[in-house]
Design a protein around this ligand. Structure first.
Ligand SMILES: [Zn+2]
Length: 258
């Protein structure tokens, strides 16, 4: 099974995706003694209207590492190409190797449907890698296959809505009220994104956007701030809601299909 210390591994597409979504849950798990590992598929080398790719990538790797360090977490960048993320053997093997190295108890991924394909492709890659990390005939040098399938949770899509603008209802809501300031501190580490998000994505005050969704999710369970999650419950995956057991979260109505 997993190593003696339970470990959370979040693998999302870009630096700052974790800080918009599951950072509060990670902070709570860290408080409970879990190891936390944050990974991004790309260094976000397209995330600037002014700096060239190599320069903004270097800045964003540092910002992501700083955000992870806020909760004494590790950070890994898998160095794929921003905006052109593809599910191919090289990329999937990178993620399988990371899963085998970290030996996570729980993996967090983007939801299958989100506003850009990098998120959706990342979701599919991570979902497969979490399962295939236990297949011995898939070789990763120096890293043995896992003997278990980790729990897999999908974080909220951006703004809690799918690409049709429909609200995506979470199945599990974590009360993050006590760590909302920590989550904001982590998000603010991504200083390079503030102006970019405002000019390109139309997100004014990115911390306000994060808190707004947190309040919406919190309202579902009657607390100040929450984070929504949906667990992958397909064949072969663990069926118990481990986060509910560990964090005492409350469960909302069944998630709507999306
Ligand atoms: Zn992203």
């Amino acid at each position: 099974m997993t190593s003696s210390t339970p470990t959370a591994l979040a693998i999302l597409a870009h630096p700052d995706d974790v800080e918009f979504t599951c950072a509060g849950t990670l902070a709570l798990l860290r408080r409970k003694g879990w190891d936390v590992h944050i990974a991004t598929m790309t260094p976000g080398q397209c995330g600037s209207g002014e700096l060239p790719p190599a320069e903004i990538a270097a800045i964003r790797r540092k910002e992501a590492a700083q955000a992870a360090a806020t909760i004494d977490g590790a950070y890994t960048c898998l160095e794929c190409e921003d905006f052109f993320l593809r599910r191919n053997p090289e990329t999937v093997l990178k993620v399988i190797a990371l899963v085998r190295q970290v030996q996570p108890t729980v993996v967090f991924a983007h939801p299958p449907l989100d506003y850009i394909s990098d998120h959706e492709t990342s979701s599919l890659i991570v979902r497969d890698a979490a399962f295939w990390a236990g297949v011995p005939n898939i070789k990763t040098p120096g890293l043995a296959a896992l003997s278990y399938v980790p729990h897999l949770y999908y974080v909220d899509p951006m703004e809690g809505k799918n690409l049709y603008g429909e609200t995506v209802m979470p199945r599990t809501v974590v009360d993050i009220s006590e760590v909302i300031d920590t989550k904001q501190t982590m998000l603010v580490c991504h200083a390079s994104q503030r102006e970019w998000l405002m000019t390109h994505h139309g997100i004014d005050e990115y911390t306000a956007a994060m808190r707004s969704l947190g309040q919406e999710r919190g309202a579902l369970i009657g607390c100040a701030f929450g984070e929504g999650l949906r667990q992958h419950l397909g064949h072969g995956y663990p069926q118990n809601d481990l986060l509910a057991e560990v964090l005492g979260v409350r469960i909302t109505a069944p998630a709507a299909p999306s």
